[in-house]
Write a protein that binds this ligand. Structure first.
Ligand code: XMP
Length: 509
């Protein structure tokens, strides 16, 4: 089955993937192509429209990426955004204003075209998001100027008979208040059916995975998190028994984690190899206190164990649940800084000489969850908080010992259980217990105690780059503290962390 599609030519803007995301939200499927794609490559019976993205270059520079003129003869509407609009202005005889300074941030445009296609249903002034150097000074002949600002005379232009449209601002960024409405106007103008959904995404991916993998074998590291679980189910849907999942228990998992993961996947007929490597990890970690050393040790041991298991499977491909935010984070796109060494993606593919299959690469987190639901992933699994690759190691400041791991697992399990029964788990983005390397005096019955202190962390966050502490009710905190001190041998004091990120991080190491 082929689905009708918008082709997006990517001129390098950091927002290109947001365009595809907005289209999906509106029920349309958009496929991203490199800037040099030809009309032949993007054309075809199911093409309904073309979007030219923004980009960091100036169209006036030598060697600036251009556009195959035959794309304008494909008979579908074309929308140029920022760089895309400037490219159209350049190639069709408009005038450009060259600027070395970038205008960046919110701007107010005045819509002028009464019967504009893009601004249908919108009147007067609109707040939009701008990010550009050059701008179009004069629209090409035959193009009506449909919006402007005090500094940008051609903030939008259109040629209705040729069905070509240009805008200087970024409708895909949420700061552009009517951005989605504008994109919807364009999609309707293209005649899109707007029926794209998670089910279609799955069909499309299943087809792609089959083409890529053929009769090869895929091994996937199943962590029990949402991303790797959804990737596993999607690959399983596509290639069935050609997929083997490997779950490595490094001994720093939450309480009963391996059993839980097995139970979640039992109904799916998925091949899951569970490896209990906790002794191997904990032996190496014995006495290690430095946070980065812990992470590196866990990372390299994980690769050893996983590699050993994968060799038994003789896999040709490594499946990974990489999502779009991971892609940004590991490449530093959009100014993301690598604060801590993440072991999840690094090292494994190179070492194993396997080709990658990453079916979730263009999805955002909430979209991964939608795909998970459509694939039948149980609701509570689908709504799980993220759990760091190095596990409880980063929640055990100081020395890691088997006893301290056990104490933390018990306290954490009580915390999570109480959050779930009170309905607060779903209202927080991440919550966990931390075992501090501090012993304090207490009194239990007639006896004086000298035991560890437990910190509870619960945060709300959009993207985990910033976070606020969750305002848990005092009665709930009281119940949790009482239970932990009563039920967990080794803890006699509980504190609740009220620091936001920044300045603190979410994890303790
Ligand atoms: P921080 O502590 O940096 O955490 O505020 C932000 C988010 O990243 C997770 N995190 C990790 N995830 N490997 C992971 O897979 C790691 O080494 C790691 N360190 C932090 C953390 O749980 C939070 O969601």
């Amino acid at each position: 089955m082929h689905h009708e599609r918008i082709a997006i030519l990517d001129y390098g803007s950091q927002y290109t993937r947001l365009i595809t995301r907005r289209l999906r939200e509106l029920g349309a499927f958009g496929l991203v192509y490199p800037p040099g794609a030809t009309a032949e490559e993007i054309g075809g019976g199911d093409l309904r429209g073309v979007i030219l993205s923004g980009g960091p270059n100036s169209v006036l520079e030598d060697g600036a990426p251009g556009i195959d003129p035959k794309i304008f003869e494909l008979g579908v509407p074309v929308l140029g955004i920022c760089y895309g609009q400037q490219l159209m202005a350049r190639d069709f005889g408009g005038e450009l204003h060259r600027s070395t300074q970038r205008e960046y941030g919110k701007a107010t445009i005045r819509c002028q075209g009464q019967d504009s296609v893009l601004f249908a249903g919108m009147a007067g002034e609109q707040v939009v998001w701008m990010s550009h150097g050059d701008h179009v000074e004069k629209a090409p002949e035959g193009y009506a100027v449909t919006a402007s600002t005090s500094t940008v005379p051609v903030a939008a232009m259109e040629n209705r008979s040729l069905r070509r449209y240009g805008i200087q601002f970024h409708p895909e960024v949420t700061h552009s208040v009517n951005g989605s409405a504008l994109l919807l106007n364009f999609l309707e103008h293209c005649g899109m059916a707007l029926d794209w959904n998670a089910g279609h995404f799955i069909e499309e991916k299943v087809r792609q995975i089959r083409t890529q993998v053929g009769s090869g074998r895929v091994v996937l590291g199943l962590s029990g998190g949402v991303d790797s679980s959804v990737a596993a189910l999607l690959l399983h849907r596509a290639i069935g028994k050609q997929l083997t999942c490997v779950f490595v228990d490094h001994g720093l998992m939450r309480k009963n984690e391996m059993k839980q993961v097995q139970a979640y996947f039992a109904p799916f007929d998925l091949r899951v190899v569970c490896v209990d490597a906790s002794d191997e990890f904990l032996d190496k970690l014995e006495g290690v206190t430095d946070p980065e050393t812990k992470r590196k040790l866990i990372g390299s041991t994980f690769i050893d164990v996983f590699d050993r298991e994968a060799k038994k499977i003789a896999a040709d491909f490594l499946g990974q649940g990489t999502t779009y935010p991971d892609v940004i984070e590991s490449s530093g796109i959009g100014g993301a800084v690598l604060v801590k060494s993440h072991h999840n993606v690094g090292g494994l593919p190179e070492r194993m000489k396997l080709k990658l299959v990453e079916p979730l690469r263009e999805l955002f987190k909430d979209e991964v969850r939608k795909a998970g639901l459509a694939l039948g992933l149980p609701e509570d699994m689908n709504q799980r908080h993220p759990f760091p690759g190095p596990g409880l190691a980063v929640r055990l400041p100081g020395a890691i010992t088997r006893e301290r791991v056990r104490i933390l697992q018990e306290a954490d399990a009580i915390f999570l259980e109480e959050l779930k029964t009170s309905g607060w788990y779903a209202k927080t983005s991440q919550a966990f217990a931390v075992l501090l390397p501090v012993q304090t005096v207490g009194i239990m019955g007639d006896e004086r105690t000298f035991e560890f202190m437990c910190a509870l962390r619960a945060v709300t966050s959009e993207d985990f780059m910033t976070a606020d502490w969750a305002r848990l009710p005092h009665e709930l905190l009281d119940r949790i503290a009482q239970r932990i001190v009563r039920e967990v041998k080794g803890i006699n004091r509980v504190v609740f962390d009220i620091t936001s990120k920044p300045p603190a991080t979410i994890e303790y190491e």
